[in-house]
Design a protein around this ligand. Structure first.
Ligand SMILES: [Zn+2]
Ligand SMILES: [Zn+2]
Length: 259
């Protein structure tokens, strides 16, 4: 684990740069680990927009702010090597110190199936972090033709050519928008999705996603919406549906009696 010099908030102004910070409460409990290119702005977000209920507990003299570099950050799209170092350091600290209030980069990946060790973290070109094992699994599950298609699109020579010919990109995009081409693409898409093995994989993905706590919370919230509840109610009251529900209930009752 590399160590970085510290910023002293009492005497130094945190100019834009790359930082990883640790916030503690008065008892020394680690509340939160974060990274930022702008310390003041980020702290303002914690206090304002994010309004964490623990923010008032932060004991400022205890805060530890590591300086990865004083070179300014370009935000999420930042490609500087220090940016990757900053994210790496943040994840290392979250995993080794287990701060009380971090929700991301805790020990498991989004799917909940893998340990997010530094070795298992893939830093995307645009700065995001994902699970390497999940990526590998997704890749392996793709049909061969899709894999070839992706591999071809990411060939360096091809990517460079596309970069150098923006007008060609615009032309191809306009071409894709013509009705016949759109209809043809939709047809190909439908055909692809209807293949049993593809359909099976997409359904499995969907099922897995629905198991995630964050998604379940969203689904619950959705089910509580008045218009959704009204639709459900309406559906349940249709005679044929109502009959089926009653039938099921009778079955369950009979089963319970039987046991
Ligand atoms: Zn950066
Ligand atoms: Zn994973």
């Amino acid at each position: 684990m590399p160590e970085y010099p510290l910023l002293d908030l009492a005497t130094q102004r945190p100019e834009p740069g790359h930082y990883v910070y640790r916030l503690f409460d008065a008892a020394g409990l680690l509340l939160y680990v974060g990274s930022t290119g702008n310390v003041w702005e980020r702290f303002g977000q914690h206090a304002g927009r994010l309004r964490h209920e623990w923010w008032g507990d932060v004991d400022w003299p205890r805060a530890v702010i590591e300086v990865i570099t004083f070179t300014a950050c370009a935000g999420k799209k930042c490609l500087l090597p220090w940016h990757a170092m900053m994210l790496q350091r943040e994840v290392e600290l979250i995993q080794s110190l287990e701060p009380r209030h971090n929700k991301n980069s805790t020990n498991r990946c989004k799917s909940g199936r893998h340990q997010m060790t530094p070795a298992n973290i893939y830093v995307q070109p645009e700065g995001g972090r994902t699970c390497k094992e999940c990526r590998t699994q997704r890749w392996a599950a793709l049909p061969k033709e899709k894999r070839q298609q992706y591999a071809k699109a990411s060939e360096p020579s091809r990517a460079a050519w596309l970069e150098a010919h923006p007008e060609d990109r615009a032309r191809r995009q306009a071409h894709k928008q013509t009705p016949e081409i759109k209809a043809r693409a939709a047809e190909v898409q439908r055909e692809y999705r209807n293949r049993p093995e593809v359909r099976e994989r997409l359904n499995a993905q969907q099922r897995e996603r629905r198991q995630r706590p964050a998604v379940q919370a969203k689904l619950r919230e959705y089910a509580q919406k008045p218009e959704v509840r009204a639709r459900k109610q309406e559906y349940r009251q249709r005679p044929e549906v109502n009959d089926r529900i009653n039938e099921k209930q009778r079955e369950r009752y009979a089963q319970r009696k039987g046991i």
